[in-house]
Write a protein that binds this ligand. Structure first.
Ligand code: PA5
Length: 446
């Protein structure tokens, strides 16, 4: 298993000499990951996570998931950003975006606390009515407003429904091992807790309890997922050769393209099940690279759906974009186009063909069209949508992100910009300690 990079649709835009020129920088950035000498090196815990994780906690997660499966119909995961995107991406990629609607013997899994929409929350409360509910609140800091507010609401719901004692048995907190409001609350209330390691930031945390618990509840083979990440680590982390390491090569292409004015990278998939994976990827790259006035803008599309919306722009709009196509080589399902003896729609030339064959041809057609329109395309091929492939992809993109970030000259592990809105919001909401800021903002609103 591996992620294969295909360069046919990018090499016409980035000559080999450009990759040659950037190679020493990629090697130096990779070295910073290897010897932990770059900025933010305290947050490299994801690097060895596939082989160096708390095995006891891992087994406890699996055992807890088995209990949860038996005691609830709905498993509500409360978290925002890195505290939910990876889990949701994995659930939809490995199972299906329609997981909750499909027949299964595992609980429905819903994600909340990732917006401040009354309607979204009210919908979920309605979905929970008359059903057995368990809650997993995920927050490293324990103070993020969106999940904290949602958790307060779901805590009330569980206490009302089951009483204080039973409610506590249905709440699972994934947070810092020792610090923070959520850890304190959990200890006081007796919730079972799982740890987000100190050296792993939210957007790199999907292979920790953050992702593992909800995924195990959904019946996903988390051991196979970790194994996939372990294989990626073996194949990618220690191979310093930019010519043969697809991960380093991807980092080289995106940096070379960026320097050539291609400042927007669009992640493309032809599989709707990858939509949330694209959202996870956007957070990973956007939060890691967008700082100090630099960074590629990560965007994403699902084709052929979005060929009928953003397709026009990609074909003929501002030429500052490139695409990275995530090609899934084997479809999980087989759907064959039927024959129609009367051929009323003239589609009999497709009779007997698999839909995935049509999809593959749509991809090839689009690659040529977009290339002709001046859009470079890097193609990354993965075998399938299995747990192992997902784990591999996660590690591939995390490592490429770290190497890319260092090549760009930024710290890929902090997110100072996320604080700006939070402070303003605290001030406007009247949080104690933010009175001066509130006055200033109110003056600016006049
Ligand atoms: O990647 C990150 O660090 C962020 O996206 C966080 O995951 C997000 O802000 C949620 O933070 P927390 O887990 O502290 O509630």
């Amino acid at each position: 298993m591996a992620v294969k990079i295909s360069e046919k649709f990018v090499s016409g835009f980035v000559p080999a000499s450009e990759i040659g020129k950037i190679t020493p920088e990629i090697e130096a950035a990779h070295q910073k990951v290897l010897d932990k000498s770059g900025e933010g090196a305290d947050f490299l815990g994801w690097r060895d996570l596939p082989v160096d994780y708390d095995r006891n906690e891992f087994e406890r997660i699996i055992a807890t998931a088995e209990r949860i499966k038996k005691s609830c119909d709905v498993f509500v995961v409360i978290g925002i950003g890195g505290s939910y995107l990876g889990a949701r991406a994995a659930l939809e990629f490995i199972k299906s975006p329609s997981y909750n609607s499909l027949k299964k013997d595992t609980p429905d899994v819903y994600f909340t606390g990732n917006s401040i929409s009354s309607s979204a929350l009210a919908d979920l409360l309605a979905i929970c009515e008359g059903r057995d509910v368990c809650v997993n609140v995920v927050s490293k800091s324990g103070t993020t407003t969106e999940p904290a507010v949602a958790f307060r609401i779901f805590r009330d719901l569980l206490v009302e429904k089951y009483g204080k004692e039973e409610a506590a048995k249905r709440i699972f907190a994934t947070t810092d091992k020792a610090r923070g409001a959520l850890k304190g609350l959990s200890d006081r209330m007796g919730y079972e807790t799982f740890v987000i390691p100190d050296d792993i930031g939210g957007r790199y945390s999907v292979l920790t309890a953050v992702g593992l618990l909800p995924l195990a509840v959904a019946g996903i083979d988390v051991r196979a997922m970790m194994k996939g990440a372990e294989t990626a680590r073996e194949e990618l982390l220690f191979n310093r050769d930019v010519a043969t390491n697809a991960c380093l090569r991807y980092a080289a292409y995106r940096n070379a393209l960026y320097r050539d004015g291609k400042v927007t990278e669009i992640l493309v998939s032809y599989e709707p099940a990858a939509q949330m994976f694209c959202e996870w990827w956007k957070q990973l790259y956007g939060e890691s690279e967008g700082k100090d006035g630099r960074g590629l803008l990560p965007d994403s599309v699902i084709f052929s759906t979005d060929l009928h919306s953003l397709g026009q722009y990609i074909q003929e709009g501002l030429r500052n974009i490139f695409e990275t196509v995530l090609k899934i080589n084997r479809s999980s399902d087989t759907v064959v186009i039927p024959n129609d003896p009367e051929n009323v729609d003239g589609l009999n030339f497709l009779a007997g063909r698999e839909l995935s064959w049509v999809n593959d041809n749509a991809m090839t057609a689009t690659l040529f069209a977009h290339n002709d329109g001046g859009v470079p395309n890097v193609v990354l091929e993965v075998e399938d949508r299995s747990e192992a492939s997902f784990g591999y992809l996660v590690y591939f993109f995390e490592l490429a992100c770290a190497v890319s970030g260092y090549t760009l000259g930024v710290n890929p592990f902090n997110q100072p910009g996320v604080e700006a809105y939070k402070k303003n919001m605290f001030a406007l909401l009247g949080k104690p300690g933010y009175e001066d800021m509130r006055e200033k903002l109110e003056a600016r609103m006049k």
